[in-house]
Design a protein around this ligand. Structure first.
Ligand code: C5P
Length: 319
C-alpha cells in the first residue's frame, strides 16, 4: 500500500460526571462524548527501515514518543510481535492542542486504524479497542466516535441507541494562552470533592442508569429539550483559570445558545445551537468580544464518525 489518509475528529463532552475513585487511581466517570467535524489528518506510508517517523505542521507539538501517534504505532507493532515495521506519518493539525478536545487521543486512535490497514495486520475492532484503552482513557471513544456514553475510566462505551448524530451545531472557543493539565484538574477535583465521592459499584451503576434514562440522552435522541449540561471539572477549573469563567459568560450571552459548558478538563468551551446557521450568527455577534478577550472560535457540526480511513464524511470545519 503506497499511502493512506486517516481522519481524526475532535470530541466534546456533553456530560462529565466524576463518580468516585478507582482502585487503579483513575476516576470512575459517567460521560457523554460527541465527535465534531473539526478534524486532524494523518497521511502515512510504510518504510522498510523499522522507524516511526512523525512530521507535523504544528511546530509546538512533540514528534517523539511524547506524541500519542508514535506511542500508538510502537504499541501496535509490539502487540503483533513485528518490531521491524516502520512508517512515515505526516500530521496536519486543525484541532487546538491541549484543549480538552481529545486531539492527541484522536490522533493516536487514527494511527491505530491507519497502521492496522497500512501494515495489513487485520486486528478486529475489539483488539484495537484493547490496545487503545492501554494508551489513554479517551482513545477507545476516539476509535468509534459519534455520540456515546462512556463509563469506567472513559473506555467502557455504550451507544444507547444514539446512532444518528444529534442535529446540533457547536460554537467552540479556546483562549490562546490558557493551558490546563488533565492530571492537575482531576487531582484538584479530588482535593475539593473527594469526601463526597461515591464508593460502591451499586452507587456508580445507579448514576449510570440516571444518565441513560435522563433528559440529556432523551434530547440527543430528539425527544425533549436540552437540559443544563454538567461537567464536574468545570467549576474546579473555572476557579483557577480566569478565561474559563470569562468565556462561559460570553457564550451564555449568545441569544440562541441552548446550553454552554467546558469540554473535558478544559480549557476549551462550547455552546450548542439548533443548527449551523445559528452557531454562525452567534460567532459573528460575539466576534468582537471573543477576539478582545483572546479567544479563537470554530463553528462545527456533530458527526457520527470516529477515526476513519480515506475521505469519508469528515469535513474540515471553519474552511
Ligand atoms: O488516560 P489519560 O492518559 O488520558 O489520563 C490522563 C490523566 O487524567 C490521568 O493520569 C489521571 O490523572 C487523569 N484521569 C483520571 N481519571 C480518568 C481519566 C483521566 O483521574 N478516568
Amino acid at each position: 500500500m503506497a499511502e493512506l489518509t486517516v481522519h481524526a475528529p475532535a470530541k466534546i463532552n456533553l456530560h462529565l460526571e466524576v463518580l468516585g475513585l478507582r482502585p487503579d487511581g483513575f476516576h470512575e466517570l459517567a460521560m457523554v462524548m460527541q465527535t465534531l467535524d473539526l478534524v486532524d489528518t494523518l497521511t502515512m506510508r510504510p518504510t522498510a527501515d523499522g522507524r516511526i517517523d512523525l512530521h507535523c505542521d504544528a511546530p509546538d507539538l512533540p514528534t517523539d514518543a511524547d506524541n500519542l501517534i508514535v506511542r500508538a504505532a510502537e504499541r501496535l507493532r509490539s502487540h503483533v510481535g513485528l518490531p521491524e515495521l516502520g512508517a512515515r506519518i505526516a500530521l496536519s493539525k486543525r484541532i487546538p492542542i491541549g484543549a480538552g478536545l481529545a486531539g492527541g487521543s484522536s490522533d493516536g486512535a487514527a494511527a491505530l486504524v491507519g497502521l492496522n490497514a497500512l501494515w495489513g495486520l487485520g486486528l478486529t475492532a475489539d483488539q484495537l479497542h484493547a490496545v487503545a484503552a492501554g494508551l489513554g482513557s479517551d482513545m477507545p471513544f476516539c476509535l468509534n466516535g459519534g455520540t456515546q456514553l462512556c463509563f469506567g475510566r472513559g473506555e467502557v462505551l455504550e451507544t444507547a441507541g444514539l446512532s444518528d448524530p444529534p442535529a446540533l451545531a457547536v460554537l467552540l472557543i479556546k483562549h490562546g494562552d490558557a493551558m490546563v493539565s488533565t492530571p492537575w484538574a482531576y487531582g484538584r477535583c479530588r482535593e475539593l470533592r473527594g469526601d463526597f465521592y461515591l464508593e460502591r459499584e451499586d452507587e456508580f451503576e445507579q448514576r449510570r442508569s440516571v444518565l441513560r434514562r435522563g433528559p440529556l440522552v432523551a434530547a440527543l435522541r430528539g425527544e425533549g429539550s436540552l437540559p443544563r449540561l454538567r461537567n464536574d471539572l468545570q467549576s474546579v477549573v473555572a476557579a483557577e483559570v480566569v478565561s474559563v469563567s470569562e468565556g462561559l459568560t460570553l457564550l451564555a450571552a449568545a441569544e440562541e445558545a441552548l446550553a454552554v459548558a467546558m469540554s473535558g478538563s478544559g480549557p476549551s468551551l462550547f455552546a450548542l445551537f439548533a443548527d449551523l446557521a445559528a452557531a454562525r450568527r452567534a460567532a459573528t455577534a460575539l466576534a468582537g468580544p471573543l477576539a478582545a478577550a483572546g479567544f479563537e472560535s470554530w463553528c462545527c457540526r456533530c458527526t457520527s464518525s470516529g477515526a476513519s480511513l480515506g475521505t469519508s464524511a469528515a469535513v474540515q470545519a471553519n474552511e
